[in-house]
Design a protein around this ligand. Structure first.
Ligand code: GDP
Length: 468
């Protein structure tokens, strides 16, 4: 375990100038090639015909040619950023060239011949972290932001990039550090039985930190759902109208709808975006006493899917089903912790469009009537789906934990804090108390990166794309 990576240590990351394409591979209107490192400006300038880039102010853009000897490779724009005012806090040049795979490759090769090295995945952001531009959770947010595919996931990543809970954690951590050092001081005077660290104040601080940590731990369920989508299973008997409903929700003809009971054997997954949140809808094989093996597997799969989901839409044919049938299905389907919305379908077949009384649903099951085929009440259903997943949990400016690494560090911090509290209540010697506090500090530090290991950094940054 080491503290912040030694800035003087790996010459390979500190002194070398790295180069990579920052825009996606393939043909595009423009491609942006990024150079970062002490020689970035000199290397770019050595093949740039135009103004002398080494003499330009930071944050300026210059038109010119990239030349390989006598050969003009492309007309480009060179953006110059002088250290430390850049993403990596190093000298950075960004070359905007025409987006031909050939031109891009030729320019990158040229820069490598001039002394740059091809960047590893995430190496630009790793340098931004090492040079103190971002803390670790912010660096991770950069990856999340690039991967974000809905309004909500973008907002959560943006929040984290702007500091999110790492600012709050840092403050609490600093206070805890003060206590840790006071308690360490007591160790030096252990013969004299003195108490520098006020146990009452320490306890209050630990309680405050625990409260915040607990809130963050609780927020993971929603944070994770926003980042990856809310797993939602559509289940019901064959012919209830599951595929038709899926299509109505998606507003497209995706799943194959048929009259033959039990057609949707395999599961189909589609993404439905409601108010910026992605719901991953899984249409399952029909639920019923299986008459053949394939169907039995399908039913088993349905139950399995439900146990892994965050929400169940139970669809039934409001005209054909009795209250007893529905009760029986629900009995089979209810899974602890998975909220259920019962969707009474085909209300267009009911004479007055209303359910006859008699569907006696468990209190926790919300009932909504729709016609999947006639697209009645589909918007209401969407609202119900949205509410059941996020109601009351999303106000717009809350801090949500979306990262499993952070969750694990928070849980370990929490455990260490419980030991600190026990230690205060059932007085243990200062050295044990100091040890538990140090552990809590260690895990808190893992989130922001004030405590890191090379493995941890490798693990995080290797998941980035090259050029980021
Ligand atoms: P699944 O087996 O549960 O996926 O059911 P399907 O979506 O394949 O629908 C079975 C049959 O019910 C098809 O003929 C659909 O056209 C019909 N159906 C589905 N929804 C409705 C509805 O709201 N009203 C009516 N009248 N028929 C529907």
């Amino acid at each position: 375990m080491s503290q912040i990576p030694d800035l003087n240590k790996p010459a390979s990351t500190k002194e070398e100038t790295i180069v990579a394409l920052a825009t996606p591979n393939g043909t595009g209107a423009i491609g942006i090639i990024r150079l970062s490192g002490p020689d970035a400006i000199a290397i770019a300038n050595s093949v740039f015909k135009g103004k002398d880039l080494t003499q330009q102010a930071s944050h300026t853009i210059h038109f010119g040619n990239i030349v390989d000897g006598e050969v003009v490779l492309d007309e480009v724009l060179a953006s110059v950023f002088i250290a430390p005012k850049s993403y990596t806090r190093e000298n950075v040049v960004e070359i905007s060239c025409h987006g031909s795979a050939y031109i891009i490759e030729s320019i990158i090769k040229l820069f490598i011949r001039q002394g740059a090295r091809g960047a590893k995945p995430g190496e630009f952001t790793l340098r931004a972290f090492i040079n103190g531009q971002l803390d670790l959770s912010q660096a991770e947010a950069v990856a999340d932001l690039i991967a974000s595919n809905s309004k909500a996931s973008q907002q959560v990543a943006m929040q984290q990039l702007r500091g999110g809970y790492s600012n709050q954690l840092k403050q609490l951590r600093d206070q805890l550090v003060t206590f840790a050092s006071l308690i360490e001081l007591e160790l030096d005077f252990s013969e004299e039985d003195v108490e520098f660290a006020n146990r009452g104040q320490l306890k209050q601080l630990v309680v405050d930190i625990s409260k915040m940590i607990n809130q963050l731990i609780q927020s993971f369920e929603l944070g994770n759902a926003i980042k990856h989508g809310v797993n939602t299973v559509i289940a019901g008997r064959p012919n209830a109208g599951k595929s038709t409903l899926l299509n109505a929700l998606l507003n497209e003809d995706r799943a194959i709808v048929s009259h033959i009971a039990g057609t949707t054997r395999d599961t189909i997954e589609e993404i439905l975006n409601i108010n910026g949140i992605n719901f991953r809808l899984v249409d399952t094989a029909g639920l019923r006493e299986a008459t053949d093996t394939i169907e039995a597997i399908g039913v088993q799969k349905t139950l399995e899917k439900i146990s892994q989901s965050a929400l169940l839409l139970y669809v039934f044919d409001a005209e054909a089903m009795t209250g007893a049938d529905v009760a029986l299905d629900l009995e089979n389907l209810l899974h602890p912790g998975v909220p259920v919305v019962a969707v009474a379908n085909k209300i267009d077949l009911l004479s007055d469009g209303k359910l006859a009384a008699g569907f006696n649903l468990p209190a926790e099951v919300e009932l909504i009537t729709v016609s999947a085929r006639e697209k009645q009440h589909i918007d209401q259903l969407k609202q119900v789906i949205y509410n059941s997943a996020v109601q009351g949990k999303l106000t717009g400016n809350e801090t949500l934990v979306t990262n499993i690494r952070h969750l694990e560090a928070l849980q370990k911090t929490e455990q260490a804090l419980v030991r600190v509290l026990n230690g205060i209540d059932n007085p243990i010697t200062s050295d044990f108390l100091a040890m538990d506090i140090k552990q809590a500090l260690h895990y808190l530090g893992e989130i922001t990166g004030s405590v890191t290991t090379d493995d941890l950094l490798d693990n995080i940054f290797s998941k980035f794309c090259i050029g980021k």
